[in-house]
Design a protein around this ligand. Structure first.
Ligand code: GLA
Length: 766
């Protein structure tokens, strides 16, 4: 097997090759680690062309212009205060207060493995999946020793980067900035087009809004400073050729496996060239490193595609599905759940829950999730967070009785927690006011009338784990929804000395990871779903712990199409929490047909969030049909490749996406006519993602699987195909397209099943 990572000793060049990309690093003067190239796969030995016509700009030979060298060199991991006017990736203060940080090459190692990162989420892979390059850099004037890690996932076209920072000296060092990656790259693509910036912004109930904008000179990017990733900005950063589309143009994508403060930045300099970086936000951050200690940065993943945005999407989907998401549900179907939040809010009891469960079970739903309000004295959002004991007034007989009854019915049981929080009106807060993150003597800012627990503290984490474990051991509980409904403010930890208060935000995130890791260790079969006021902590870091995340509190299918489109650009459909809810929708007041709501939720984890006991018989019949669709198509949806054909965000009228199986033998195509136009009876759709030379049969998916349950047809079956059936090759469907009829009414959706016809012979004519 050819190696992904190679070293050309003569030229001092390290190459990282994936299936379709090459990344190259050069060691200049044996000292400076420079970025040479990241882009499409290049022939070997060709890197000499890069420097052939350049004036030698050697730092060693031309010391009187050292600053010019430092300011123009394409660094892999730039330091601080050494003549480079661009932003550094690392800044370390020594015991004299000096922040000059000058990193010089020391050596490197290549291995056919990848280690996990202590205490942090981490991509993983066995031999054959991944190779790792470790490059050592050292500041000759301090004890600072830095190792850059590049793990190459060749099949996924992804490189994961992270950094270890060691104090090998005798005095303590203070890290003030420690990014996970930096890359100096040209500002134009191979056709001379400028790169544009793609990010996703939002707010509660409006997460994952795509933004593509030109890059001006100076620094731009996205960030969070509220102690968690949030709904305002995804940590993701994309660079797109001007005019790039879903299927053309060069695209660089970077994402961050971290759930706290981040900065994803692009700096465009006078020449138009770019410095791209990603890491923990340096604002308010500091970390004291005693002699012998190590600091681990979180990991960043990056990919390149010259096949437009969808190329990047496929790389990330494969990477996250195979090398990030773990556990029992990594590759398997999740139970169809019904959550009582929008059905009852806080107003429920055992009887109401069992009524919902009974009706749901009759319709084929498999799990009841009891949301907020089952503990302490919580009948509204104003109290009891932290008091994780059952409210027996609402739930007589406790969780045991409820879960036993559910089990008798054949239903699984799931439960909501918000472990990182405490209500000022709670027994926990009255007993341990110093466990909340507040500044003593100053009034703390409340949000949803709650405070954040200082989970950087081991004693606080122990309390949380003990109380959750007690609840989960008291009944048969298959699922936990882990919520987090506010961000951090009033930063102060009673445990940390003054000079370490800058560590709180990062220690908080490490505390969250520790909690979830311990929970999964104790309950390995648990299905964990993360949530944060909807999608306010939806990032690749959380996906390491939970295979699914609640995408948004906005369950209006019309809004969800847009939100899920944004989320699906980066994350596999298998991890997008999506439910059918009641209309008029509780967030928007909009009415969308029940069928459409089902079709939209199918492109996610799928479940319900409504009072099923008050639905009409007709609606309950529709649920049964949607449940059948889930069972029929969920394997394809979870494992397939996602193709976005049209977006109503761009055309305001209709939306179209498909999921194709890896072998391209079938596709489920979803067509949504968002706005009915009587003048327009149909839409031309060019279908991407099919094999050009395969023949396909296209059938509208009706409630019953009349188009057969088989993923492919043999010749004799195809011969029986009626004259009305649509048969066409993949090339025709992408080049000529297909005319799909519009439905009367707004928000109408139709599913089409496109199935390969094998050996159709003469029956295919016409
Ligand atoms: C958050 C979640 C909701 C629900 C409520 C309960 O808003 O996003 O789904 O769980 O909390 O308080």
């Amino acid at each position: 097997m050819s190696r992904s990572i190679t070293y050309d000793e003569k030229r001092g060049i390290l190459r990282l090759d994936t299936r379709n990309t090459t990344y190259a690093i050069g060691i200049t003067d044996g000292l400076y680690l420079g970025h040479l190239f990241y882009g499409p796969h290049l022939p070997e030995e060709d890197f000499s062309v890069r420097s052939a016509f350049q004036r030698p700009l050697s730092a060693l030979e031309n010391k009187k212009e050292m600053c010019i060298f430092m300011d123009s060199f394409n660094f892999e991991y730039p330091g601080w205060g050494v003549g480079d006017s661009r932003e550094g990736a690392i800044r370390v203060r020594d015991s004299k207060g000096i922040t000059r940080t000058n990193l010089l090459y020391q050596g490197h190692r290549i291995s056919s493995a990848k280690t996990l990162i202590p205490g942090l989420p981490s991509t993983f892979g066995g031999e054959g999946d991944v190779e790792t390059l470790e490059v050592d850099l050292q500041d000759p004037d301090t004890g600072l020793f830095v190792t850059l890690f590049y793990s190459v996932f060749a099949e996924c076209d992804v490189i994961a980067r992270r950094v270890e920072i060691r104090n090998t000296g005798k005095e303590k060092l203070v890290i003030e900035r420690a990014l996970s990656m930096s890359m100096d790259m040209p500002g134009r693509d191979r056709e001379g087009r400028s790169f544009q910036l793609m990010t996703f912004y939002g707010i509660w109930a409006r997460e994952f809004t795509k933004d593509i904008r030109p890059l001006g000179f100076g620094k731009t990017g996205v960030s969070s400073i509220v102690g968690k990733t949030n709904n305002r900005n995804q940590p993701f950063l994309g660079l797109l050729s001007e005019g790039a589309t879903q299927y053309s143009g060069e695209v660089y994508g970077m994402n961050f496996l971290y759930s706290g403060n981040f900065a994803s930045t692009v700096e465009k300099i006078f020449s138009g060239d770019l410095r791209v970086s990603m890491g923990i936000h340096p604002e308010g951050f500091s970390w004291t490193l005693e002699p012998g200690e190590v600091f681990y940065t979180p990991e960043a993943v990056m990919t390149y595609s010259d096949e437009g945005i969808s190329g990047m999407t496929h790389h990330f989907h494969d990477m996250f599905r195979k090398h990030l998401i773990r556990g029992k549900y990594k590759d398997s179907k999740r139970p169809i759940l019904i959550n009582n939040w929008e059905a009852t809010y806080f107003d429920f009891d055992t009887k109401k829950l069992l009524d919902i469960a009974k009706t749901a079970h009759d319709c084929g739903i498999e799990m009841l999730v009891m949301d907020d309000g089952w503990f302490g004295r919580r009948n509204d959002p104003d109290s009891s967070l932290g008091d994780w004991f059952v409210n027996e007034e609402k739930l007589p007989g406790g969780l045991k009785y409820l879960s036993d009854e559910l089990e008798k019915m054949g239903m699984k049981f799931g439960i909501w927690f918000e472990p990182e929080m405490v209500s000022p009106d709670s027994d926990l807060y009255r007993a341990h006011p110093d466990w909340a993150i507040t500044v003593p003597g100053r009034e703390a800012a409340l949000s949803r009338n709650q405070l954040v627990l200082d989970v950087s503290r081991a004693d606080v984490r122990d309390y949380i784990i003990e109380s959750i474990t007690k609840v989960l051991s008291s009944a048969k509980i298959a699922y936990v929804k882990w919520d987090m409904n506010r961000h951090l403010s009033d930063l102060f930890s009673a445990e940390l000395p003054p000079e370490r208060q800058g560590e709180l935000m990062h220690r908080y995130v490490l505390g969250v990871y520790d909690l979830q890791e311990r929970l999964l260790k104790a309950f390995p079969d648990l299905l964990l779903e993360n949530c944060s006021s909807g999608g306010a902590r939806f990032d690749p870091g959380m996906l390491y712990y939970s295979p699914q995340i609640w995408t948004s509190d906005d369950t209006d299918a019309y809004e969800r199409i847009r939100i899920q489109e944004g989320a699906a650009t980066l994350y596999p459909l298998s991890c997008l929490g999506a439910h059918v809810s009641i209309c008029p929708n509780h967030v928007t007041g909009r009415v969308v047909p029940f069928e459409t709501r089902g079709h939209v939720a199918l492109a996610g984890t799928f479940g319900y969030e409504l009072d099923i006991t008050v639905l009409s018989d007709e609606e309950k019949e529709l649920i049964k049909k949607q449940v059948k669709l889930f069972h029929r198509f969920n394997d394809l949806i979870r494992n397939g490749d996602y193709y976005r054909m049209h977006s109503y965000q761009d055309n305001r009228l209709f939306d179209c996406y498909g999921v194709a199986s890896k072998d391209k033998s079938e596709m489920l195509l979803t067509m949504l006519h968002v706005m009915n136009q009587p003048c327009c009876p149909s839409r031309w759709i060019h279908i991407h993602g099919l094999a050009p030379d395969k023949l396909y049969r296209i059938t509208e998916v009706k409630d019953e699987p009349e188009d057969s349950n088989h993923a492919s047809l043999d010749g004799s079956e195809a011969a029986k195909a009626s004259a009305q059936e649509i048969l066409a090759h993949g090339s025709t469907l992408s080049n000529m397209g297909i005319n799909l009829p519009c439905r009367t009414g707004d928000f109408m959706s139709v599913l089409y099943h496109i199935v390969e016809v094998k050996d159709a012979g003469e029956s295919v004519e016409g």
